[in-house]
Design a binder for this molecule. Structure first.
Ligand code: SF4
Length: 329
């Protein structure tokens, strides 16, 4: 299947700070097919969000800059497009929702005006048609009293309602790709389930591909077709969702899975991964996971493993499997 909608190759995004160059994303390769949901998982600071901001070219207000690699979306090279074209793509073809909707909703504009502006801009609707479209979208995401809410301000709504508004805004122009960065982390469990249901429904009904960034493997199990595991600015494992849960290969992925309570038998003790994610300015040499890995060998501290295919659709960055491959060769 080669219906790739988004293809990222060797992406490097560095932050330039007073204390030097910090590689937040350091050679990421991943792709998303049309209509599929890709989960990007890893602990905080592993480069998930910086990858998505690089795709959206929303690094201007940070000290970050893409220094190498390519990002292709629907046949376009996003990194070389003029900003005016990128503005058309943002919202229209790629939309993004964040953990905290208030960072994206403008508190001084009514809900209807905010979503309506995106609709008028991207779909070239007049004011009346845009308002009708907004009410239709609010109903679609399960907002009650849509005809009244359209004239209310974000602060008048609950957190769950605001997240729905964000999804309505993101989906109003029927994007080909929705990037959802921890969309349910700040919500209680019931609202979280409703929002995930909503995203699934929108994907099924409209064929939208989703890049779902989360540290929550429970959400991944429910939502994703394929999973990319990131560690220290790189992809360390990639496989379909079934393989990731049933046959995880990378010791980091195994550690993440062992730290989920509901996947363990009651008699087994929950294990957390020892140590912390290294800070981008202070990376160990060799495999970046070596200081936390119980399988680490001498070679792991000296050389960095490549991300290699170990089975169909399954890639892993670990010497344990590269030695296997070498033995087989
Ligand atoms: Fe562990 Fe070595 Fe594999 Fe890194 S390469 S994850 S240190 S076994």
């Amino acid at each position: 299947m080669d219906n790739k909608l988004l293809e990222i190759e060797n992406l490097k995004t560095y932050f330039f700070t007073d204390s030097g160059r910090v590689p937040a994303v350091n050679g990421v390769d991943l792709f998303i097919r049309e209509g599929e949901t890709l989960g990007i998982v890893g602990e905080s600071g592993c480069g998930k969000s910086v990858t998505s901001l690089s795709v959206m070219r929303l690094l201007a207000h940070t000290p970050g800059r893409v220094v190498d690699g390519s990002i292709r979306f629907a046949g376009m090279d996003l990194l070389s497009l003029p900003e005016s074209k990128m503005r058309e793509i943002r919202g229209n073809e790629i939309a993004m929702i964040f953990q905290e909707p208030m960072t994206s909703l403008n508190p001084v504009y009514k809900i209807g005006d905010q979503i309506g502006e995106a609709v008028r801009l991207h779909l070239k609707y007049d004011k009346k048609k845009a308002r009708e479209r907004v009410i239709q979208m609010l109903k679609l995401v399960g907002i009650p009293r849509a005809e009244e809410i359209v004239d209310e301000y974000p602060h008048q709504l609950s957190g769950g309602m605001r997240q729905r508004i964000m999804i309505a805004m993101a989906m109003s122009c029927e994007p080909k790709l929705l990037i959802a960065d921890e969309p349910t982390t700040a919500l209680d469990v019931t609202i979280q389930a409703q929002i995930l249901d909503l995203m699934r429904k929108l994907k099924e009904e409209r064929g939208t591909a989703i890049m779902l960034i989360t540290h929550d493997l429970g959400v991944v199990a429910e939502m994703c077709d394929r999973v990319v595991v990131m560690y220290a600015g790189k992809v360390v494992e990639e496989a379909d969702v079934f393989d990731i849960f049933e046959n995880p290969k990378h010791p980091y992925t195994q550690g993440l899975l062992h730290s989920i309570p509901k996947l363990r038998r009651k008699t087994e003790r929950l294990q957390s991964i020892p140590g912390n994610v290294p800070t981008p300015g202070n990376m160990p040499s060799g495999c970046k996971f070596a200081p936390r890995c119980s399988h680490a060998m001498d070679v792991c501290r000296e050389q960095e493993p490549d991300l290699l295919q170990i089975a169909s659709g399954h890639r892993c960055r670990c010497f344990l499997y590269q030695n296997d491959l070498a033995k087989e060769a």
